[in-house]
Design a protein around this ligand. Structure first.
Ligand code: SF4
Length: 651
């Protein structure tokens, strides 16, 4: 049966809400297919507002990959702001897609992409508005399969009650594999009902169905065991790894937003994965190994993406873009191609390296300078050694001197506070560093108007990293250290006025820590917060620490665990971690040894990048059946070669 659009009910509400344009759809490159000409239908949810979710690269890729398939339909849905939620409840309007305003509850699969754990409560709002029971076990054959992915789904245990299935790793091939299974199950008359489909997904070994695993706990609250509770379900679930990025040049023609969004540009991921080995970095660890996109594919994607969207900015994205084996050639050739046009090129510039400045100079030939950011991450040399970010003070001064001398007037320096073994002086050292940066800039330029902004984030230990065993620094300690740093910067009459200082208070990081390393018992906390009005927890104006602490006290009252147990407690080697049965490919003993190397000075040692040194056996390549994929290819781009469209890949 065709499913009706809810737009006629929605339209009268639009003048009553903030930013109504975000709900209307109809964007360039959006896709609307006839419902009854398709047999597998996906709603893709980004659990945050349109302005954040619309530019999300993961959703953009899956939207195209799915819609390119005959018989498959994919539409997007985002979290509605609380003003719209209230009106939708009063008017009985369900969670809808922005493409055709179809009710999300009518789709076969609701795919949810989590970039941050603070989006978890927004999932519950979307499910509830969609009329989908919050608890996975209460859903029937008429409800969509709620399937999560994204970096913040690598430990989905806090959401275990609410999710039917989880895919960890790269989504491109995974969504097609899920689509094939859903189609076969529907065509076969839905054998085994809802559990039959979930069992078929779980049996692949790479889709996690939380309900098919039982968790037992020890009297002290730690996990005793996680084990499958039915035949055919594997003891551990594998990460998906896309082996050939050139064969998957998505997004080709991303949707162009109609409302303001956080980024309005065409983004190309120039490589996936990172092997620099920063011990705090979950993204780097879980996306290993490095797989480069070739210079020719990058060039062709840029040419086609710009033509398809009309964007005038291109972002060359990855976790450490300057590390692409042919980044110099990419930067020079793209800058040559677009010189004199209105196209701006940018690279997230975080590596502390003068080479990064010359790349930024190259990319900004058209006159657009988007600012330079460098991330030493740790304030003192000792701290940087602990986190395996081997940047010396000389490296930083040399880099910023090159930038200021090259005409950049402003640099941003990014650090973290609350890292393992950190002391007050590791944080106040940031003030000395900032002073030296400004002094070097004034010497290099002879000017007084140069500036640097020090931006600080609170460290949160993440699953699948060497710091997964660390105790999180309590927020009052983080806040006190940052107050000392602020005082040290303000006290400096010579340089202090040239230094901007940005930080957030520590409590949201503590809750992110709870959700990142929580187990299934945290699901009751999420639900309690949501029932008490928790929405958009990633937004400081909506976040309430009091609501989260009260929910922890209430929901965990009958257990031996509490908020501090989940966050500030250090774990030992023998403890079963909630995500141990989810295989990111990283060898657990390698992670443990790296953790000990970080915190035991006698052991301290640098882990180099395995792109340029021998493999140090983190485990990922053999586990994923792949290897590091880097160039150089020796190819170059020119204006004539940029335009030929990529060969269609036959899918
Ligand atoms: S297995 Fe070896 S080569 Fe592969 S990512 Fe790990 S350290 Fe690098």
């Amino acid at each position: 049966m065709p499913v009706e659009s809810v737009f006629s009910q929605l339209e009268p509400l639009l003048p009553q809400v903030r930013k109504p344009v975000q709900y209307v759809g109809g964007e360039v490159n959006s896709t609307v297919k006839a419902w009854d000409e398709t047999d597998v239908r996906w709603a893709l949810l980004y659990p945050d507002a349109y302005e954040v979710g619309q530019p999300n690269q993961g959703i953009a890729i899956l939207y195209e990959v799915l819609n390119e398939q005959p018989g498959v339909l994919a539409e997007r849905t985002y979290s509605v702001w609380p003003d719209m939620e209230k009106l939708m409840r009063v008017s009985g309007i369900p969670q809808f897609t922005v493409d055709a305003h179809r009710p999300v509850g009518s789709f076969d699969v609701l795919g949810v992409s989590f970039s941050t754990e603070l989006g978890y409560t927004n999932l519950l709002t979307a499910l509830d508005l969609a009329g989908i029971p919050l608890e996975a076990g209460k859903r029937t054959i008429n409800h969509p399969v709620v399937l999560a992915g994204g970096h913040a789904a690598f430990n989905p245990e806090p959401l275990a009650d609410f999710l039917d299935a989880v895919v960890i790793g790269d989504g491109e091939e995974a969504v097609l594999a899920v689509t094939r299974l859903v189609r076969a199950w529907k065509q076969g008359g839905c054998p085994g009902g809802r559990d039959g489909l979930l069992l078929a997904l779980a049996a692949t070994g790479s889709v996690y169905v939380p309900r098919f695993y039982d968790v037992t706990y020890l009297p002290d609250g730690r996990i005793g065991r996680v084990a499958p509770n039915r035949p055919g379900v594997p003891a551990s679930v594998r990460k998906h790894t896309l082996l050939d990025l050139d064969a998957w040049p998505y997004p080709k023609a991303p949707v162009v937003p109609v409302a303001d969004t956080v980024h309005e540009r065409y983004s190309v991921e120039i490589f996936r994965g990172c092997t620099r080995g920063c011990r705090f970095c979950q993204a780097g660890m879980i996306t290993r190994p490095v797989r480069e996109r070739s210079i020719t594919t990058v060039g062709a994607m840029v040419a086609r993406g710009l033509a398809a969207t009309g964007f005038s900015e291109v972002g060359l994205l990855s976790l450490s873009s300057a590390d692409h084996s042919e980044i110099n050639e990419i930067a020079i050739d793209l800058a040559d191609c677009y010189e004199g046009s209105s196209v701006g090129l940018s690279l997230p510039s975080t590596r502390v390296d003068a080479f990064n400045v010359s790349l930024a100079d190259e990319l900004s030939r058209n006159g657009k300078r988007s600012g330079l950011t460098f991330a030493p991450e740790g304030g003192s040399e000792r701290m940087r050694k602990v986190i395996n970010k081997m940047v010396t003070e000389e490296d930083l001064i040399r880099t910023v001197t090159t930038a200021y001398a090259g005409g950049w007037r402003q640099v941003k320096l990014y650090f973290m506070c609350g890292l393992p073994t950190e002391q007050d002086e590791d944080v106040t050292a940031i003030a000395d560093l900032a002073r030296k940066v400004i002094a070097a800039g004034r010497t290099a330029t002879g000017r007084k108007d140069i500036r640097c902004t020090v931006s600080i984030g609170g460290f949160v230990p993440k699953p699948h990293t060497p710091f997964q065993w660390a105790g999180q620094c309590p927020p009052d300690v983080v806040d006190a250290r940052l107050r000392k740093l602020g005082a040290a910067l303000r006290a400096d009459k010579t340089y202090g006025r040239s230094v901007g200082f940005r930080y957030h208070e520590g409590t949201p990081s503590l809750i992110e820590g709870l959700l990142s390393r929580g187990d299934r018992r945290v699901g009751a906390v999420i639900r309690e917060v949501w029932e008490n009005g928790g929405r958009f927890d990633g937004w400081s104006e909506h976040f309430s620490f009091d609501r989260w602490s009260a929910a922890c006290a209430a929901a965990l009252a009958e257990t031996p665990v509490d908020l501090a147990w989940y966050t500030t407690r250090e774990r030992d080697y023998g403890e079963v971690l909630p995500w141990d049965h989810l295989d990111s490919g990283l060898d657990r003993d390698w992670l443990w040894d790296d953790w000990r190397s970080a915190i035991e000075p006698a052991e301290a040692g640098e882990v180099e990048d395995c792109r340029w040194t021998p493999c140090y056996e983190c485990g990922v390549c053999p586990a994923m059946g792949t290897e590091i994929q880097t160039g150089p290819t020796g190819d170059r781009l020119d204006g004539r070669r940029l335009l030929p469209v990529l060969a269609t890949n036959g899918r």
